[in-house]
Ligand binder design. Structure first.
Ligand code: NAD
Ligand code: UDP
Length: 324
């Protein structure tokens, strides 16, 4: 049985990856310090003999007994609200955390896949974003703690690949959504759906003319799985190129939820990228991958998930998480 370590395994994406690797017959070890994740996301796996959970901060030395075939490094705060509140932890997990994962990979002779992000392109001046674009990042702006950690993470990964011969894969993930997103993580989709469900106005930042392109989680997981098993070590964009303005996105959520509330405009956060859309030519050519789930389908499934939360959770998660 192949053995995989998934850091950030109790988070939104990490938990879906745990499910996928269990389904593929792997022994899965999820590692998480639960800073932004939730054990609820993986509690259904605890009864399985081929699933283990380690409560551990990956910015500290990582010890895993036994062999490892693969390491997927997904531990990191991921929403702008979260990483603004815990900037140092974000920088540490993207630097010390990946250093520990790569060192572990070296001794275990494991292949490493790291979760990078479209944020490495910053506020992009090239549209859509190809992997060859180097980006337009403000290192000292509020998003710098996340963007630069992820850029450092890519550089460190490449260095281990080049100098130590570690097998590495880099996925640049574009905005992904689906069940198990934290209702109060501040990202636009849980924010809008949570507001609609609580009968509040939807908080659009700026005039809503900024664009994003949203990928359903199952499509992303399929792309990551294919990339891991491929022999391609350069970064690959995985995302859904179906671009939409945030205003139109808000209008879609209003229609989907049937809320009688409206979009209200709040100030645009500093350095909020004006446009974002992946060029997925590489993923198509190298992995034979492209997204299959339309935004209409994906949003419907995600809305059903949020609707199934208790009223208590819905209101308890109305405010952004406080970190100790
Ligand atoms: P998430 O917050 O749901 O998951 C992150 C998980 O990492 C959480 O369970 C958290 O507790 C854990 N974690 C954070 N710091 C840790 C540490 N030091 N030690 C151990 N565990 C730690 O976010 P997500 O959306 O699932 O994002 C997962 C990864 O994917 C992140 O690396 C993120 O940068 C990347 N990513 C996500 C998106 C997206 O749209 N969801 C886009 C680009 C990149
Ligand atoms: N956004 C918004 N209202 C919210 C949260 C986010 O209008 O309540 C906007 C945000 O300014 C950005 C886009 O939605 O332009 C996507 O934001 P998110 O935090 O989901 O991720 P980002 O792509 O910016 O990392």
């Amino acid at each position: 049985m192949k053995r995989v370590l998934i850091t950030g395994g109790a988070g939104f994406l990490g938990s879906h990856l745990c499910d996928r690797f269990i389904k593929e017959g792997f022994h899965v070890i999820a590692m998480d310090n639960l800073i932004t994740g939730d054990l609820k996301n993986i509690e259904h796996l605890f009864k399985l003999p081929n699933f283990e959970f380690y409560h551990h901060d990956v910015s500290k030395f990582i010890h895993v007994p036994g062999e490892l075939d693969y390491i997927l490094h997904f531990a990191s705060p991921a929403s702008p609200i979260d990483y603004l509140k815990i900037p140092i932890q974000t920088l540490k997990v993207g630097s010390l955390g990946i250093h520990n994962c790569l060192g572990l990979a070296r001794v275990k002779n494991a292949r490493v896949l790291i979760a990078s992000t479209s944020e490495v392109y910053g506020d992009p001046l090239v549209h859509p974003q190809t992997e060859e674009y180097w980006g337009n990042v403000n290192p000292v702006g509020p998003r710098g703690v996340y963007d630069e950690a992820k850029r450092f993470q890519e550089a460190m990964t490449m260095a281990y690949h080049t100098y130590h011969g570690v097998e590495t894969r880099i996925v640049r993930i574009f905005n992904t959504y689906g069940p198990r997103m934290r209702l109060n993580d501040g990202r636009v989709l849980p924010a809008f759906i949570g507001q609609a469900l609580r009968g509040e106005d939807l908080t659009m930042f700026g005039d809503g003319s900024q664009t994003r392109a949203f990928c359903y989680v199952d499509d992303l997981v399929e792309g990551i799985y294919r990339l891991l098993l491929s022999d391609y070590a350069q970064p690959v964009n995985i995302g859904n190129p179906d671009e939409i303005t945030i205003k139109e996105f808000g209008e879609e959520i209003i229609k989907l939820t049937g809320t009688s509330q409206k979009l209200i405009s709040l100030p645009l956060p500093t350095d909020d990228p004006k446009q974002r859309k992946p060029d997925i030519t590489k993923a198509k050519a190298i992995l034979g991958w492209e997204p299959k789930v339309s935004r209409a389908e994906g949003l419907k499934i995600t809305y059903e998930y949020f609707k199934s939360l208790s009223q208590d959770d819905l209101h308890r998660l109305a405010h952004h998480k406080e970190f100790k």
